[in-house]
Design a protein around this ligand. Structure first.
Ligand code: ZN
Length: 375
């Protein structure tokens, strides 16, 4: 069987399967159960967060002839089967980005007037509704004002601020939330176990979740990317880093340790190794900042950090001023470096500068604590 991408394979089949959007799914299930269905809904939120999946579940359930008690569709009646085979004459999916002309909407509006071929509702899902042209919108608005009783509009958008207030005021609005890294991580774990894939450590799952920018779909696409890169059913750090162009934990640790122990030659060595392994400058910079963030959060409990004795010794000699100075100064300089004409070289210079902080500040007649006040 051909490989099916994870986001498709794990597309939710029930409201309960939707990740991290209970505040939306519960309201919709209740609307169905209590027979309080509105005529127009706006679903907002960033891309890949489940708006269209939820719209499809809702549409299918609204039309289901043998709906379950919890508001989910049965999956086997005539209407469900039609929908699943993509041949429904009563559920329409329209992409606002490519069907945004006034003629497209006129056609839709004409269609709205006719009754469903069977069942109670006709459902129109318009994705990226903010992309409709102004004329198309105005035409749609008239229908939204007085929709026939058999019609339900489900309008999905990533940019609700682009919609006219006259549209918003006619719709019930549901704002989808970005998924937290914890929620994403727990779902990666669940899917991995069903797919019989093992991650070498929990840390790797956390890293994958952190790369998904709060979107379940994006996270699963990255997961696909990792799987297509790995040889067997085990995901190790090497595979994850190579597939996603990320720095290895050990490489970042080496670079940070070189900064802490003020060894600028080692700094360059470890930095260049990562560049050679195709890790992006941006990823190195972010990972280094995260590493120092962790140090600050655990400065009183060094045993929480995976430091060897030598490094513990270095860190314990740093004052809290110094660690804060390094973080603040790195953060400013790296922002500047990644925006510069030559980000790769500039970032290296920034790391070297922080490794040479003793000499540089001494030359300027400053102690770290004075420098941190001037920062
Ligand atoms: Zn059904």
């Amino acid at each position: 069987m051909a490989y099916q991408v994870l986001s498709r394979k794990w597309r939710p089949k029930k409201f309960q399967d939707v990740v991290g959007q209970e505040h939306v799914t519960r309201s919709l299930q209740n609307a169905i159960k209590n027979d309080r269905v509105g005529h127009a809904y706006i679903l907002t939120g960033t891309r890949g967060i489940g708006k269209t999946s939820v719209a499809r579940l809702f549409a299918k359930s609204l039309r289901c002839l043998d709906r379950q008690e919890d508001g989910n569709s049965c999956g086997s009646c005539k209407s469900c089967e039609e929908f699943d085979s993509g041949s429904s004459m009563n559920i329409f999916e329209i992409d606002g980005a490519s069907n945004n002309s006034v003629d497209d909407i006129r056609e839709l509006i004409n269609n709205v007037q006719t009754l469903p071929t069977f069942g109670k509702y006709k459902v129109y899902i318009i994705d990226e509704v903010h992309m409709l042209s102004t004329n198309a919108f105005n035409a749609l608005l008239k229908t939204l004002e007085e929709p026939p009783s058999h019609v339900v509009f489900l309008l999905a958008t990533t940019e609700p601020h682009k919609l006219l207030n006259t549209v918003l005021s006619r719709c019930q609005r549901f704002d989808f939330r970005n998924d937290s890294e914890e929620v994403l991580a727990s779902h990666i774990k669940e899917i991995a176990s069903k797919e019989e894939i093992t991650f070498e450590s929990e840390q790797l799952i956390k890293i994958l979740a952190s790369q998904g920018n709060g979107s379940f779909r994006d996270t699963l696409s990255l997961f696909d990317q990792v799987l297509s890169f790995s040889e067997g059913s085990t995901v190790d750090e090497e595979t994850l880093s190579m597939a996603l162009g990320l720095a290895k934990v050990s490489s970042i640790r080496n670079l940070c340790w070189a900064i802490i122990s003020q060894d600028s030659e080692e700094v360059s060595k470890f930095y260049r190794e990562m560049i050679f392994e195709n890790v992006s400058v941006e990823n190195i910079c972010k990972s280094v900042l995260e590493y120092f963030y962790d140090i600050i959060q655990n400065i009183d409990q060094l045993e929480n950090l995976s430091f060897n004795d030598e490094m513990k010794n270095f860190v314990s000699k740093m004052t809290i001023d110094e660690v804060f100075w390094i973080y603040e100064s790195l953060s400013k300089d790296l922002t500047w470096a990644t925006d510069s004409l030559a980000p790769q070289k500039t970032a290296e210079i920034v790391f070297q500068k922080h490794a040479k902080r003793g000499e540089i500040l001494h030359g300027a007649g400053l102690t770290i604590s004075e420098a941190s006040k001037k920062n």
